[in-house]
Design a protein around this ligand. Structure first.
Ligand SMILES: C[S@@+](CC[C@H](N)C(=O)[O-])C[C@H]1O[C@@H](n2cnc3c(N)ncnc32)[C@H](O)[C@@H]1O
Length: 276
């Protein structure tokens, strides 16, 4: 496992993922019923944008730093902006929260959060980051395998699946995990982050899920450019299963803001439902 999220923390793809994640939690915590959240690929918890890796890639410039500087950014980003501002004590943005700190900060003491991370160094950092939250636990485990068992059939659930896509079987494991989660908790909301390189790979994932009996899907995609070079990450999508109703407009605001910096004519942000 070579992937280190610290190179990409706070980039455009994190904005799509994390703004969507917080919008989902906001909706799912409107009810008083406790919520279980499982983060199958949690990473280290938080990232130093002035650290060597983040500074080398510079990806946060067109991501969180652009967002924070834009006072006119859509309200759909408010929760994410507030979390980042709070982590930095209201000062200049140096630290960026990963999904663990965003989730833990948005949940209530009656909820439960399981964060899975395979790498021992990132797991150790994650454990430290989650220490203040009694309802949260960090497990050094394979998140695909751990997620279904962490759910109870009667408890509402949100599962974030955010793999590094460096293993050739990630797409297959995603569809198996989604099917296993739904067989355990049919009402679960599942959010899968997917890179967009070429359309065939993404279509194949949708087909696999449809073949596994998964319906009720919603896609929020942000393309930065046309998908002519399949070796590049040309955009990203959040693939949602069992999303709460009524989020389409807010998610559209998120992906359009991300995809169309400076009125980029090749950018495309849209929210759509796969037929089937
Ligand atoms: C894209 S990063 C996660 C970023 C994090 N979700 C966030 O939004 O801040 C993917 C992480 O998954 C870890 N990982 C890879 N395979 C895994 C697996 N099967 N189970 C759990 N973690 C895994 C990697 O070490 C890496 O830290």
């Amino acid at each position: 496992m070579n992937y280190r999220h610290t190179f990409h923390a706070g980039n455009f793809a994190d904005l799509v993922k994390h703004a969507t994640l917080l919008l989902l939690i906001e909706r799912l915590t409107l009810s008083l019923d406790p919520l279980v959240v499982v983060d199958t690929h949690a990473g280290a918890g938080a990232y130093d944008l002035q650290g060597e890796a983040a500074a080398k890639s510079g990806e946060a410039q067109a991501g969180i730093l652009r967002l924070i500087a834009d006072a006119q950014a859509p309200a759909a980003f408010s929760a994410l902006k507030q979390a980042v501002i709070a982590l930095n004590g209201g000062g200049p943005v140096r630290f960026y929260p990963g999904s663990p700190l965003l989730i833990a900060g948005a949940l209530r003491p009656t909820d439960h959060y399981l964060a899975c991370e395979l790498r021992s160094d990132d797991h150790a950092t994650l454990q430290q980051a989650l220490k203040p939250y009694a309802f949260a636990s960090a497990r050094q485990a394979d998140g695909y395998a751990a997620a279904p068992g962490a759910l109870e059939s009667k408890r509402r659930a949100l599962v974030l699946i955010d793999p590094p896509f460096e293993a050739s079987d990630d797409y297959g494991r995603i569809s198996e995990a989604v099917a296993a989660i739904l067989s355990r908790q049919p009402q679960a909301t599942i959010a899968v982050w997917v890179p967009l390189k070429d359309l065939e790979t993404f279509d194949a994932l949708l087909r696999r899920l449809e073949d596994a009996g998964v319906s009720d899907m919603l896609v929020a995609e942000a393309r930065l450019r046309r998908l002519t070079d399949p070796l590049k990450m040309n955009g990203c999508a959040m693939l949602l299963v069992g999303a709460p109703v009524g989020l389409d407009h807010t998610l559209t605001e998120v992906v359009q803001w991300v995809a169309r910096p400076l009125e980029n004519a090749d950018g495309l942000g849209r929210v759509w439902r796969p037929a089937g």
